[in-house]
Design a protein around this ligand. Structure first.
Ligand code: SAM
Length: 172
């Protein structure tokens, strides 16, 4: 699923600065790093155990500064405003205590037009009900969903002018 999520992000600029929230054992970090050989991958995860696993898996890229890991959570990303070109989270958003607040925090760190991919595997229980509607209601646009036996993926674009949805906002 990590590779599919990275493909769906369709990052074109190899110098992009990209984010994975809740990176777990670090497979997604590795796939992102391949995609941005001249850029940087930022990982944020609260778990010390996952930092150890992901750190071992990505030791070379971390030593080169191409992957940077932070202890933290979706609710308070340790990143500057509008500093991230693309972001992804897989089997992760359902752990956030307040997903809507987490998505708003994600928007804070994304550059306008930045794509986001949110994925769920079947063992995770799949996406929460109304996930696309939640993305839309906080101001993401160009939302597409795909689902097969292996995964569910949602792609959306950070569209600051759409924040809040507005009275006439469409609901997916
Ligand atoms: C099931 S693992 C998924 C790991 C990886 N993304 C994957 O797809 O294999 C969930 C991860 O979310 C992290 N996590 C839990 N609560 C979080 C939060 N509030 N913000 C960010 N990450 C969180 C956990 O520490 C864990 O690494």
């Amino acid at each position: 699923m990590a590779r599919s999520a990275v493909e769906l992000l369709a990052i074109e600029n190899p110098s992009s600065r990209v984010l994975e929230i809740g990176f777990g054992p670090g497979l997604g970090l590795a796939a992102l790093a391949e995609r941005v050989p001249e850029g940087q991958v930022i990982g944020v995860d609260p778990s010390l155990l996952m930092h150890r696993h992901a750190g071992r898996r990505n030791a070379a890229a971390i030593a080169e500064g191409r992957i940077v890991l932070h202890r933290g959570a979706a609710a308070a990303l340790p990143l500057s405003d509008a500093s991230i070109d693309a972001a992804m989270m897989t089997d992760n958003l359902h752990f956030w205590p307040d997903p809507r607040a987490g998505l708003r925090e994600l928007q804070r760190v994304l550059r306008p037009g930045a794509p986001v991919v949110c994925g769920f595997s079947p063992p995770s229980g799949g996406p929460p009900r109304g996930l696309a509607r939640m993305f839309r209601s906080v101001g993401f646009r160009d939302i597409i969903e795909s689902r097969d036996s292996a995964q569910y993926l949602l792609r959306a674009v950070h569209t600051p002018d759409a924040a809040g949805g507005g009275a006439g906002a469409q609901v997916d």
